[in-house]
Write a protein that binds this ligand. Structure first.
Ligand SMILES: [Fe+2]
Ligand SMILES: [Fe+2]
Length: 268
């Protein structure tokens, strides 16, 4: 367990090209800690990806303003309207008068119900529509699991960044910079624990369907995996393998490879 006072926002870190992570950490009582990340694409048309939690509002604003002039911010990609993603939206919009929020029809409707954002400052994406930001194409992707139906991830062709929104989040023993700093067993347990909490329906999904969705993501061959709830990773297959091995077996509980081995041993 961490001894650092949480929530906390760690130093902004450049990942690749103009991409940066603003790594937030929240405590998860009795389980450990979890990332709550926002991402910044600096450069010609700066874009913020999600806005972090309100509990870290001052730090998020200060760290953003240390990187860019917020009046230059052009886009805010909002993955979905959960509090841990939309938490600082209104504060950012107030300081970034030239920014528009990229969302979809349902995201816009839910923002309206929440009284968040500004309906005059939306860029609605149609299903499957790609968007060009400063010469790079961002392709919408539907993550293999999520907790809100408006969820939109993306794949950036230029830097091969996959943004998976809530998917691949993990409860971890303590804050770390990358998942290379996490023991494989802790990563597997933390990823299965969090996905069971965040997307309990995942355990009901048809195994073939889940496998095809995961393979389609693997086929993109991302160089960097951005999740709202995991330190930045560079190997998607490490993550998809854990999900593939743990779900999609028609049970109502998350099943780990160990459980399967035990059951098979009993049946043998
Ligand atoms: Fe969520
Ligand atoms: Fe989330």
């Amino acid at each position: 367990m961490t001894t650092e006072p949480l929530p906390a926002l760690h130093a902004t870190r450049r990942i690749a090209g103009d991409w940066h992570v603003l790594p937030g950490w929240l405590p998860v009582p009795d389980l450990g800690v979890i990332s709550v990340n926002a991402f910044l694409l600096a450069g010609e048309e700066p874009m913020l990806v999600d806005t972090g939690v309100a509990a870290l509002s001052d730090a998020v604003l200060a760290n953003l303003e240390a990187r860019i002039d917020l009046t230059d911010l052009r886009w805010i990609w909002l993955s979905h309207t959960d509090a841990d993603h939309i938490g600082n939206l209104d504060r950012v919009l107030a300081r970034a008068p030239n920014a528009r929020v990229i969302t979809n029809f349902l995201g816009a409707a839910k923002m309206g119900l929440l009284g968040a954002g500004d309906p005059e400052r939306l860029r609605l994406l149609d299903p499957g529509e790609a968007i060009e930001i400063a010469g790079r194409r961002l392709h919408q992707i539907k993550p293999p699991y999520y907790d809100a139906p408006e969820t939109m991830g993306f794949f950036d062709e230029t830097d091969r960044v996959l943004f998976a929104a809530d998917a691949f989040g993990a409860v971890l023993p303590n804050p770390v910079e990358t998942i290379d700093d996490v023991r494989p067993e802790a990563l597997r347990e933390g990823l299965v624990a969090w996905s069971s909490i965040d997307a309990p329906w995942l355990a009901l999904i048809d195994r073939g369907t889940l496998g095809r969705m995961l393979r389609a993501l693997d086929d993109l061959e991302p160089a960097h995996v951005f999740s709202g709830h995991l330190p930045v990773a560079d190997r998607l297959d490490t993550l998809t393998r854990i999900i593939r091995d743990s779900y999609g077996r028609g049970t109502t509980d998350a099943v780990t490879p160990d459980t399967i081995t035990e059951v098979e041993a009993v049946l043998a």
